[in-house]
Design a protein around this ligand. Sequence first.
Ligand SMILES: [Ca+2]
Length: 489
Amino acid sequence: MIPPNIRPSKPRPERINMHIQILRNVLCFVVCLAAFNCCQPAVSYAAETPPNFIVFLADDQGWGDLGCYGHPVLKTPHIDKFARQGMRFTQCYAGSAFCSPSRSAILTGRTPYRNGVFTWLPERDRVHLRSSEITIAKLLKQRGYATCHVGKWHLNGFFNSPQQPQPNDHGYDHWFATQNNAAPNHKNPVNFVRNGQPVGKLEGFSSILVAEEAIRWLRGQRDKSKPFFMTVWTHEPHLPIESDPKFMALYEGDDDLKQHHGNVSQLDHAFGMLMRELDEQQLADNTFVIYTSDNGPEGRLDDNGYPIGRNKRTRGSTGGLRGRKRDMYEGGIRVPGIVRWPGHVKAGTESDQPIIGSDVFTTICEIMKIPLPADRTIDGASMLPAFAQKPITREIPLYWRCYIAKGPITAMRIGDWKILSDEALTTFEMYNIKDDPREQHDLATSHPQKFREMRERFRKLNAEIEAEGPDWWKGYRRPGRRKRPTAKP
Ligand SMILES: [Ca+2]
């Protein structure tokens, strides 16, 4: 539209030629821009300030153990708020059905039987995360990141010993950790080690102490000229549970129930402390934060939801899914999974794309444009398409294995189909997870073609994983335990 105070001048040939030239230039620019955009990935970060990363991991928190995952009683206001600020994954999986293996998958992008950490690690176990594994902490440190681990480590049997790699050998500048659980329990723990130095008895509750250490590092100890990568792995709500009475007071019921539920609120409070610190340091906008858990809830419950085992504080929820910790059914492996990354992940969104712990490695590599290691298999896929509400491209199927599972020992999922089996891959079950998330209807017999296809892929994948990983799982015995029979090939 021409402004009223400017009269259009009469077109002259040279003016027309000039206009044509301008039009050509504009057209050329538009075409070039379109071509450039076509060649770019859906999201491009190269020109931006490198983001910070936080991987926050709860211990033994089930798929149903958060307000934002539908728990009717648990009070988790900070994590619920976090979910409203980011994307909540309804089908997030841990890399395994128990502790150490899941952690190894997050750091390496590799399924546990491939990276060697196939079992939970008691003290003095020879199984450990080998220095030959490439962790995401190591890759980011090489690219100028400040790195920090706080909380449970559980990736070696010889913790704080020269006999096996420690967090600093896996890329961490600063670490404040325990080998496995906080001892004697979450209250006043005595077994934390900071950068190789035992710190003695601490006053307070474990997840709060862990968050305080993370905050101290963020405020004063890190090199603020660098972006940072931080893993925050709480001990809560793993046994032995001990909760601050102020969190127990939020609940009605017997003391053991209050201990468990209060423990989840304690963990939620610690998470809130860390998120508030990001806000106060104005770091939240440029920090990718993922919240997840390492496996399903501990213990067995009767029909009334009351614990069957000796420990009555095992009140975690699978949200109605079958099985619990150590099981290959969904309740053992499906966990909360929430990502917040302002500007890249739309607030208050949900995704039903299956993701798994090992995807953390690949996702960070893609964001940072770090090539995936070419000399080994990386199982994880990038979550970035899910952030844009698109399907994730997964070349290697989701795979789990837990030799102490009560039912099937191993499982694989492709699309909506999941196949489960004994360790020798001779007896199978198959479910359609979309139609039957509670795994009530075994379709192995009624869908023979799909079953054969899944079984073949499962056997092939299983053989590849066994061939690539160390064979520590063969004839494994825990320190002080009798030898386990050698597994069949
Ligand atoms: Ca665990």
